[in-house]
Design a protein around this ligand. Structure first.
Ligand SMILES: C[S@@+](CC[C@H](N)C(=O)[O-])C[C@H]1O[C@@H](n2cnc3c(N)ncnc32)[C@H](O)[C@@H]1O
Length: 253
């Protein structure tokens, strides 16, 4: 049997187990959500493979000094960003030990990355306490910490970032895109991941711009069309190149 067929069969079995095992663990063994986790597949592309989102994030990354991600999982986006922006300093955190160790093994050859096995509010607080210059650096944030039975930290992250950092580009994944229901979004404890949900956590004195995707084309081979938003603050002359302008929509708040 060829290597290709063996890999194909292996991936098919893994996919089936991923559906069956969590059901078995929760309904038969009655384990908490964190303990029934199967490691996700590592992808060689970041931002869940959405090519327009990737272009928009790359535009911001090309102007930034550091990348801060919350919720590393197995490190797909972190690895992808490091591969393309080798001079950026990167920080990321993941509370699940197995996912954290897997991600660590993927990024071990990059010297400019700091990966933490902890919750995101703790990471944000600790890295900025030990080095306050982080707060002054232009930063791309990829806020993607959610699920697996952990407490949802998005409001704490937004409050900390908008009250402490001087400028940045905050991308929030799994966000509800107004009037475009083709984008899926997340919901925890009956709270929709949306601007309505986070707006009370934002620094009231902050001047910011809010952007949403305006395309409806699914370009990812791996995931359904997934919503996101971008909150830009601290860049008075920020704009997008003409090639991206038609892919993004600035919200009137
Ligand atoms: C969708 S995955 C992240 C994918 C990754 N950012 C990427 O783009 O490749 C979400 C991850 O957030 C982690 N997570 C959940 N709650 C968290 C918290 N409070 N702090 C940090 N990470 C958290 C989960 O364990 C999970 O691995």
């Amino acid at each position: 049997m060829s290597e290709k067929i063996k890999t194909h069969i292996f991936l098919k079995i893994t996919k089936k187990l991923k559906v069956f095992l969590p059901f078995f663990y929760s309904k038969v063994l009655k384990l908490p959500k964190q303990q029934m986790r199967c490691l996700s597949e590592f992808l060689e592309i970041g931002f869940h493979g959405d090519l327009y989102l990737k272009e928009i994030a790359f535009h911001c990354l090309s102007q930034a000094e550091q990348f801060i991600e919350t919720g590393t999982n197995v490190g797909s986006t972190l690895h992808y960003v490091l591969k393309h922006f080798s001079s950026l300093k990167a920080y990321s955190c993941e509370p699940d030990k197995d996912a954290y160790e897997f991600a660590l093994s993927k990024v071990k050859d990059f010297s400019n990355v700091n990966l933490f096995n902890q919750f995101s509010p703790d990471m944000l607080y600790e890295i900025t306490k030990s080095d306050s210059s982080i707060l002054e650096k232009d930063t791309v944030f990829w806020l993607d910490a959610h699920g697996y039975g952990y407490q949802w930290p998005l409001k704490d992250e937004i409050a900390f970032i908008t009250h402490n950092f001087t400028r940045g580009y905050i991308f929030i994944d799994d966000f509800q895109v107004p009037e475009l229901n083709c984008f899926k979004w997340d919901e925890y404890e009956n709270q929709i991941c949306s601007f309505e949900f986070i707006k009370t956590s934002m620094n009231k004195n902050l001047m910011f711009s809010l952007y949403y995707p305006s395309y409806t084309e699914k370009t990812s081979e791996y995931h359904p069309l997934t919503g996101w938003c971008l909150i830009e603050f601290g860049h008075p002359n920020f704009n997008f190149p003409a090639t991206l302008e038609s892919k993004i929509h600035k919200a009137i708040i």
